[in-house]
Ligand binder design. Structure first.
Ligand SMILES: Cc1cc2nc3c(=O)[nH]c(=O)nc-3n(C[C@H](O)[C@H](O)[C@H](O)COP(=O)(O)O)c2cc1C
Length: 137
């Protein structure tokens, strides 16, 4: 079955540990229901998320995420088709940004909003080859 992959970036609005827990708990519940998998790179200054699953449900999920007031400046970076999931075992993996991604100064200057779709895709491709890290906020 052909699946869609969406990658977007956004800026948290009112970020806190409990808020992130809420987001992840509902994301995992809804994604399990909907057949979506993916990963959320998260820190107080940035979100970057890959969603993958059947096109219609990924579209609907992205529409709900767009309307969520817990983040702002939602920018779609990549949309593509695939036969193979990148995060088949994760209803929503969560990771802090890695040192090889954008640093805080680059994030502040909007580097992620300006990232190419190829750069966004390769961030998740590389992340998918690494074991998950414990979250540090
Ligand atoms: C950064 C971020 C990531 C999210 N990821 C997901 C997700 O993967 N799946 C999902 O169903 N909702 C996700 N949500 C939550 C949705 O925005 C929304 O609250 C949820 O789908 C429930 O939709 P509703 O409030 O319209 O009922 C995310 C929200 C934020 C802020």
């Amino acid at each position: 079955m052909i699946l869609s992959q969406f990658i977007y970036t956004s800026r948290p609005f009112g970020f806190s540990g409990p808020m992130l827990d809420d987001i992840l708990t509902s994301a995992r519940w809804l994604n399990t229901r909907d057949g979506i998998t993916g990963a959320l790179i998260c820190r107080a200054d940035m979100y970057m998320q890959l969603l993958e699953g059947p096109r219609t449900v990924v579209n609907n999920t992205f529409a709900r995420i767009l309307a969520d007031d817990r983040h702002v400046e939602v920018t779609l970076l990549y949309v593509g088709d695939t036969l193979e999931r990148m995060f088949p075992d994760w209803s929503m993996r969560d990771d802090p940004p890695q040192s090889w991604m954008w640093n805080r100064a680059e994030v502040r200057e909007g580097a992620m909003q300006e990232a190419s779709s190829a750069a966004a895709f390769s961030v998740f491709r590389r992340l998918s080859c690494l074991p998950p890290e414990r979250r540090a906020i």
